[in-house]
Design a protein around this ligand. Sequence first.
Ligand code: HDE
Length: 711
Amino acid sequence: MDKEHGPYSKDINETSKNEQMNYFRMDNNGKTLTTNQALPLSNTDDSLKAGSRGPTLLEDFHFREKITHFDHERIPERVVHARGFGVHGYFQVYEPMTEFTKAKFLQDPAKKTPVFVRFSTVVGSRGSADTVRDVRGFATKFYTEDGNYDLVANNMPVFFIQDAIKFPDVVHAIKPEPHNEIPQATAAHDTFWDFVVNTPETAHMIMWLLSDRAIPRSYRMMEGFGVNTFRFVNAQGKARFVKFHWKPLLGVHSLVWDEAQKLSGKDPDYHRRDIWDAINMGEFPEYELGVQMMDEADEFKFDFDILDPTKIWPEELIPVKKIGKMTLSRNTDNFFAETEQVAFHPGHIVPGIDFSNDPLLQGRLFSYLDTQLIRLGGPNFHEIPVNRPVAPVHNNQRDGYHRMTIDRGRVSYYPNSLQANTPAPDPKNGYVHYHEKVEGQKIRERSESFRDHFRQATLFWNSMSPPEKQHIIDAFHFEVGSVKDKQIKQRVVDMFNNVDGQLAAQIAVGIGANPPAKPGGTGVTATSPAVSQANTIKSARTRKVAILAENGFNFPEITQVTKALTGAGVQYEIISKNLGMITGVDGKQLEVNKNFVTSGSIMYDAVYVTGGRQSVDSLLKQGDALHFINEAFKHAKAIGATNEGVDLLSASQIQGVPTAGADTSAQLVNEMGVVTIKNAADMGHFSQKFIEAISQHRHWIRQSQKGFVPA
Ligand code: HDE
């Protein structure tokens, strides 16, 4: 930032957005209390009254200012994506993308472009829970030298509808029902499924929505998809169609439904807390930016329309080229100022990136600017610190609510001679819309090529691993099982019979509907392995282990294990009956992080029970400790126990899984993600296998072993 450009800068780098925001930061610590006019105040506890027991006087300007400001503290919440969480970071391209696009932030691998990302749920209101079944928003603002570029993405690659004119309908149908505002933050009610059965184009998206993708483990473990088809344009004016992807380096992982529901009560802030803590600990979330590119000549070579937002471009047909990496490295200072006021818009574009005729995208280009005008109170929302480009802004737009820029001079029009005809357009470097030839009849009609609604839904279904398929069926049972209208339920079965006959039959069983009269399907047998989470990156890094211990634990044993966990980037917390300190057999103490009342297995990726006779005997007497094990087992999480700790597993409902026996050998037993060892002083082998089990995320094999999953 320099004097000439004020809070703007020509030089965009990793810290330039942060420096710009320094112009607006305020520290109140140690300061005298003032009014908004900077009048120092002597009292803010008593209103001005006629006598200490008398009426309040209208003269009390401080009371009026304080209360009026408070009365106006809320702005309208976003009509969709109301609940969100924002973080700062930066983006770096891997190699110059000159061949494909002239976008400046995609040219120089040495350059770090600042970004702000807001993750969100779609349906719930601002105060709803993080872990509900829903699509997640994944919106990124790049503060580039050519101005702000917004990639306003979701964590699913397709959408409910093909044309933006239906957006108010789908949103009205999924939001709480209007007569009683029930239910909150869920699609599991009549109006939504009524819309679905009357709108077959939703079929593919419904498959994604009922899959594990809709209950992510973490914002750090989610993919992002631009959904709509865009264009890359290079300096020679050559264009290619492009789809954008974010690929998390930690892989794509999900919660299980039972866990997600419980978390909604125990920790409704689970996802925001997770990313907030990770960034504060220096475990910066990273995502690679991927692009699928298609020559314009290939536009009609596929059995789907590449402009149809209910279709993926299967990665096996059109590979994703990873072109750069985003690192999220800084939390916000103030939720309202940054996360609530950030304004995304797919029309915030830079030279080198352009639109396609995808009818959903075309409609989005209208909606986002419109919504910011009402939400942020006028046309100057681009001046709010988080929305300000870092690159300088010069134009003849003036005035309006909350204008902050003090434009100098007489000229606010173009052309002019009083200011040498500036600010002037730049025909060479300025944005030029791609010269696409467009002709057609004015018509309200859907293209024939948009008519196939089921083939890719079948492709998705075919691509799921057995546990993923089971989760989808369970989700149908819950969602459609919550619908009261019997006809709608039956029509769900009939609609999804178009996708797969077996799927429809299994849906029918759980919701009290008739199986399809004739097994249906599309005949598609292909799969797209890239859409299954079974094939994702597995890592124990940043996973969180609950360690159960009481007084009388074995200190050297627990320290060996915790050292190994830390070495692998795994976090842990000590859980005990009471908060405070616990004392080991040798008198050494450890601080308890959480007790059973303030925690639950659902908040962790794995559980470890450490040895020590007295500690384990005490745990054995606590239903909470046994519940911890049973629940973690049911949710398919890694469980580890050493020496006497194994006794707690034997007393739990998971006795069916082999654990280390009481004989004298220090044999390690590793079965279905349950890792145990007895009679061992060296925890090296155990720690290694336990960390491996954590990195597997979940051990679905337990679910396929009948009888192993406690009810
Ligand atoms: Fe949005 N969408 N959307 N959307 N969308 C909004 O803008 C809209 C669509 C997405 O964290 C709204 O500022 C229409 C697809 C995200 O602030 C609104 C259509 C995708 C966010 C709006 C769509 C998205 C929004 C509400 C066409 C994935 C949150 C508040 C049918 C690519 C951004 C706001 C944030 C927000 C309209 C469909 C992603 C009303 C008309 C497809 C991540 O303008």
